[in-house]
Every structure is written in structure tokens, then in C-alpha cells.
Design a binder for this molecule. Structure first.
Ligand SMILES: CC(C)(CO)[C@@H](O)C(=O)NCCC(=O)O
Ligand code: NA
Length: 626
């Protein structure tokens, strides 16, 4: 990059970028001064449980759509073709399952932190381990998120790297600490719109400058960027239909099903129905987000595939390409490059603000409150704000750590999600679907899931084998006109063979284990948790059905075991069916009868019943059957 001259921002670009920061601050201040003025933890951490589905859904997609995806996905498409786009298939089950499995249980238990569930279902130590794992995951992830846009901006425009990190970190900390979850959600809405607008603007101008849609299509087609579906079953191939469409489901579940940042948004919804609706509404928006970044990669390819353009971008790192493309193209259109920078930073801000708020929530609810039961609401709220600020500072420190690490940021994010998020997904599944799982099983399971994930994850980093070929050689669209058949033949081979092009022999033994595609990390580690958890539970004495807290098992359990005779089912998992409605029958222990940890059934019960065809029975039915 140093060889290339740095590009420059005009005043209007700076103004647009500043407007993003000022508007976000303004939203923070508005919620600091309106409503309940952020005087209770309910308002600060859960937006008074009053949100409707539209803002919640936009906020849900904003949380895990950071600058990492905005710069990472187009670079991936540019270098390897559109295979990655198949991750869109994973969104179907990846959102449907959270909506109908995780949301109902969490919402009805009236939780604040997702990890409260682990205490209700297992024990306090499990809750604390879950919380610490989440904190670990989020702290690393937010370092990558804040660093990525600053690095890209610095590489291409020479804009001060740490200045950008500091400015975004500070603004984000301030509006998060002042305005609470309401500010976080509404800034997410604003920032998501800016994000879409920025990407769309770049695509429109890009298509125009490349000579129109037909020309872009011709170039990407002849340049072999349109990948057919790759059904290669080899789990070490980085991206195939299986790693993306099936492995991706587990990734999505760990993010949209059990991650505190998302669970907190479901819980802030007015009703359970709104929470489920918001999860449904994520689907189209996430497809749009994916399509925008994939198309941007294609336009980028069309622009640089000519012989004389090729060198401009070919020697850049994957994290710098997109910004170079944007600045190169928009140089004569003042304002538009500013809009794209705003898009990049919007994506980053909306992710780290969610991180600060969810970290403050779990630290308060899971680590502090249980030990200070006498704390006043005012003190607790003040402390939560202090926590949000402290995590803001920690985020800056993490940005520095990321600086020391070098990897494609998209792969880095997926590895973090899989290595740490996967075991968390496993422990929630163990609790929801396996009544016999006990607390020891859960703890050992979580531990072994983490060990397994770190073993393969660190192994892949040390041996540099993270799943298949690192880079496919570039295809040049003019070269194809000259020797089309040869290049097409190479392309076909690349798309269909199991043999990594970079190494001549298949990795064997442990080496092969280390080269597992990172898209499988979530599935691998969550299965490890469930299987180890079950084995240890059986060895140490499975949980007795009377001891399982009501409302902590998935109501779908009965439906899923429809083929098992009722009496065995009852023995197996204390679930029985009454007509078509599964109920958790005999599990209701005497001590829970009037306990407040029983599932909460509100006046929306009726509405919910009509919304979902086969569902959990209201609390009344517990009483009649016990
Ligand atoms: C989480 C998914 C896969 C959902 O599409 C996507 O947003 C993504 O690729 N995220 C990468 C991580 C990030 O953008 O921070
Ligand atoms: Na974001």
C-alpha cells in the first residue's frame, strides 16, 4: 500500500463522517434526558421491556454485521468467487430455530441475562462459567470490530489509525453509557440505514463506471466469479455448501439464539410475539445485507479484472481492498467516499455499542447483583453505567491486541464465534433438550467444548492450515477472452476437487484435524459439549426429573420425541403430551410451586397460543396435572 499514493478526503467527506458521530451522540443524549431518564436498571439494560419489532429487528442485524463483514465479504468474493453467498441458506434455520426454540423459553422465564437460565437449569457455578465465557468472547470480538475500519481507513487515506479508534471508542462509550439500551437500539436503526445507503451508493456508482449491469455480469461470468454449488463433502474445504449451509446454521444459532447481545433484544420486546416477529424480520434484512456485500465484491472484480487495472488491487491485503476500491472510484465525487466511511463506522459502532451494553448487563446481573442483594436501584444503575464505560476503555486496549495479530478479519471473527460461541450454544442445548443433564455434566461439557475448540483453532493458526486453500489464483477477464477454454477448465477443477491447490498432498492425521474448516467450529464444539455433558451426567447420576426447574426445558421436546411411547418418554425426559400439547408434567417440585422462578405467563398468553400452533401450556395446567 505504501507504494501507492494515499487518497484524500474533502471537507464534505469529513462533515458526513462527523454527522454520523454527532447524530449517534444526539440519540444517546435524547434517551438520557427523556423517558425514565435511565434511572433504573430495567430501563438502562432492558429498555423497560417496551420495544416493538421493527427497531429490534434492525438492531439484531446491526449487532453482528460489523465493518468486518463490510470489508471482508467483498474481498472474499473478489478472490474466491460467490461460493460464500450460500451462507444465506443457513439464515433460514438459523433464525427459525431461535424464534421457536430459544425465544419462548427465555422470554417466559422473564430473564435479564441469558446466563440466569443456566442457574435455573443447572447451578450457580454453571451460570458464572457461562458468563465468563461470554465476556471473553465479546471482549476479543470487539477489539477486532473497532480496529478493522480504522485500519482500512488508515491504509488507504493515511487517516490516523489510533485517532479513529479513539474517536469511535469514545463516542460509542458515551452514548451507550448515557442512553442505555434504548439509545443502543435506536442508534442501531440509524446506523443500519447508513450502512445500507453507503453500500448501495458504492454499488450504483461502481456499476455505472464499469459500463452497466450487463458489462459487470459479462466480466464476472467470464472471470469465473460465479460459483456453482460446491457439494464437496470434505470438511477441510473452507467454504462449500455444507460448511456454509449446515455449519453456518450452528454459527447462526450461537449468535442469534443464545448470545446475550441478541437475547437481551428479544427480552426488551413488549411481548413474546413481537420478539418472534423481530427474529423473522431479520431474515430479509440479513439477505439484503449479504447480497449488498457480495454484489460489491463482484463489481470490484469487474472494475479491476482488466490487464492494466489488475496490479492496483492485487497486492493489497484482504482488509484494504474494499476501501481502496471505494476511494479510487469515488475520488471525483465528493461526499460519496464520506458516506462509505460513515457506512463502515456505522457498522462498527452498532456492534461495539451492543457489546458494551451486553457486557455491562452480564457483569451486573450475573457477577455483581447476586453478591450485593441490598444494593439500591440507583446505585445499581450508576454502577451499570460505570461498567459500560470501563468496557469502552477495555475495548481500546483490545484494539491494540488485534493490531498485533494478523489474519483476515472475517476468518478471525468466525473463529472467535465458533471457538467460544459454539461451546455456549452447546451448554444451552444440553439444558433445553436433555432433562437428565446435571450441573457437573454441564461444567465438564463446557470445559471440554472449549478445549476442543481451542485445540483445533490454535492448531490451525500455528500450523497455518485453517481449512483448504488460502488463495485461489486470480482470473483476469481479458485473459479469458484470449484463452477462455483453458481458464474455464481450471475454474471447474478449482470448484469441484477436494485437493487444496496450495499443497500437493492431502493433510493427514492431526494435520487434517487442524485444517478443519472454521465454519465447522461451532458445530464441533457444541456437539462436544452435549456429548461430554451427557456422558458425565450419566456417570455422576443423571438429574432427577423432580429437580428440573419448570420452564427450563424446551416445550418442543415432547413434539420432537413423537415416535417414543408416552411412558418411556415420561421416564426419559419428564415430558408428556396432553393432546397435541406437550407439557412438562411431573417435573414440578414442591419447592417451586409458589416460587417466582416459574415461567411467567402474561396476558399475551392467548395471543401467543393463536400465533403458534402447538405450544407450551400455561401455568394453570401445571397445577391441574401435578
Ligand atoms: C454473522 C453473519 C454471518 C450473518 O450474516 C455476518 O454478519 C457476518 O459475516 N459477520 C462477520 C462478523 C462481523 O461482521 O463482525
Ligand atoms: Na454493526
Amino acid at each position: 500500500m505504501d507504494a501507492l499514493e494515499k487518497m484524500h478526503f474533502t471537507t464534505i467527506d469529513y462533515v458526513i463522517f462527523a454527522l454520523l458521530l454527532v447524530t449517534s451522540m444526539g440519540i444517546g443524549l435524547y434517551y438520557a434526558l427523556s423517558g425514565g431518564r435511565q434511572r433504573t436498571t430495567q430501563e438502562f439494560l432492558l429498555a423497560d421491556r417496551s420495544m416493538s419489532c421493527l427497531p429490534v429487528s434492525l438492531s439484531l442485524i446491526a449487532t453482528f454485521q460489523s465493518a468486518v463483514a463490510i470489508v471482508g465479504v467483498p474481498a472474499e468474493i473478489y478472490t474466491h468467487g460467490t461460493q460464500y453467498w450460500f451462507i444465506g441458506c443457513a439464515y433460514i434455520l438459523g433464525l427459525f430455530i431461535p424464534a421457536h426454540v430459544f425465544i419462548p423459553v427465555f422470554y417466559r422465564l422473564h430473564l435479564t441475562s441469558a446466563y440466569q437460565y443456566l442457574e435455573l437449569r443447572f447451578s450457580k457455578p454453571v451460570r458464572i462459567c457461562g458468563t465468563l465465557t461470554f465476556i471473553f468472547q465479546t471482549v476479543i470480538y470487539m477489539g477486532v470490530c473497532i480496529y478493522t475500519p480504522a485500519l482500512a481507513l488508515n491504509a488507504v487515506t493515511g487517516f490516523d489509525l489510533w485517532g479513529a479508534v479513539l474517536a469511535t471508542g469514545m463516542v460509542c462509550t458515551l452514548y451507550t453509557a448515557l442512553g442505555g439500551l434504548k439509545a443502543v437500539i435506536w442508534t442501531d436503526v440509524f446506523q443500519t440505514i447508513v450502512m445500507f445507503a453507503g453500500q448501495l451508493a458504492v454499488i450504483v456508482v461502481g456499476v455505472q463506471q464499469t459500463g452497466g449491469l450487463a458489462e459487470v455480469w459479462r466480466k464476472v461470468w467470464e472471470g469465473n466469479r460465479i460459483s456453482g454449488i460446491d457439494l464437496n463433502p470434505d470438511p477441510t474445504e473452507r467454504y462449500t455448501f455444507w460448511t456454509l449451509g449446515v455449519g453456518g446454521i450452528f454459527l447462526m444459532l450461537s449468535l442469534y439464539g443464545v448470545n446475550q447481545a441478541q437475547v437481551q433484544r428479544y427480552l426488551s420486546s413488549k411481548t413474546e410475539r413481537e420478539a418472534i416477529m423481530s427474529c423473522y424480520m431479520v431474515f430479509p434484512s440479513l439477505q439484503v445485507a449479504l447480497a449488498l456485500s457480495c454484489v460489491m465484491g463482484l463489481v470490484m472484480f469487474a472494475r479491476y479484472c482488466e490487464e492494466d487495472q489488475f496490479h492496483k488491487i492485487d497486492n493489497l491485503s484482504k482488509n484494504e481492498m474494499v476501501l481502496y476500491f471505494v476511494m479510487d472510484m469515488l475520488q471525483d465525487l465528493p461526499g460519496l467516499s464520506g458516506l462509505f466511511i460513515a457506512c463502515l463506522f456505522s457498522a462498527a459502532l452498532s456492534t461495539i455499542s451492543s457489546a458494551f451494553n451486553s457486557l455491562a448487563t452480564v457483569t451486573m446481573e450475573d457477577l455483581i447483583k447476586p453478591h450485593c442483594s441490598s444494593m439500591t436501584e440507583a446505585r445499581a444503575t450508576l454502577l451499570s453505567k460505570g461498567l459500560a464505560c470501563s468496557y469502552g476503555l477495555l475495548c481500546l486496549a483490545m484494539a491494540y491486541l488485534t493490531h498485533l495479530m494478523s489474519d483476515s478479519v472475517l476468518q478471525a471473527a468466525f473463529k472467535i464465534f465458533g471457538m467460544v460461541g459454539g461451546p455456549l450454544l452447546g451448554i444451552f442445548c444440553l439444558g433445553l433438550f436433555f432433562p437428565c443433564a446435571n450441573s457437573t455434566g454441564a461444567l465438564v461439557g463446557l470445559g471440554s467444548g472449549l478445549v476442543m475448540a481451542f485445540w483445533v483453532g490454535i492448531g490451525s493458526i500455528v500450523t497455518r492450515t485453517s481449512g483448504g486453500p488460502a488463495a485461489v489464483s486470480q482470473f483476469n477477464c481479458t485473459a479469458i477472452q484470449l484463452s477462455g477454454s483453458i481458464t474455464t477448465a481450471i475454474g471447474t477443477v478449482l470448484n469441484s476437487t477436494a485437493v487444496p491447490t496450495s499443497t500437493s498432498s492431502r493433510p493427514m492425521g492431526l494435520q487434517r484435524f487442524y485444517s478443519l474448516s472454521f465454519m465447522w467450529y461451532s458445530a464441533l464444539s457444541s456437539f462436544t459439549v452435549v456429548i461430554t455433558g451427557l456422558i458425565v451426567s450419566f456417570l455422576t447420576g443423571p438429574m432427577k426429573k423432580e429437580d428440573v426447574t419448570p420452564g427450563t426445558l424446551s416445550p418442543l421436546l415432547g413434539n420432537m420425541l413423537f415416535f417414543v411411547p408416552d411412558n418411556i418418554k415420561q421416564k426419559l425426559c419428564c415430558v408428556t403430551t396432553l393432546g397435541h400439547r406437550p407439557i412438562i408434567q411431573e417435573c414440578l417440585p414442591a419447592q417451586h410451586k409458589e416460587s417466582n422462578i416459574q415461567a411467567v405467563y402474561t396476558e399475551e398468553e392467548e395471543e401467543r397460543q393463536s400465533f403458534l400452533p402447538t405450544y407450551h401450556t400455561p401455568a394453570v395446567e401445571y397445577e391441574t396435572t401435578v
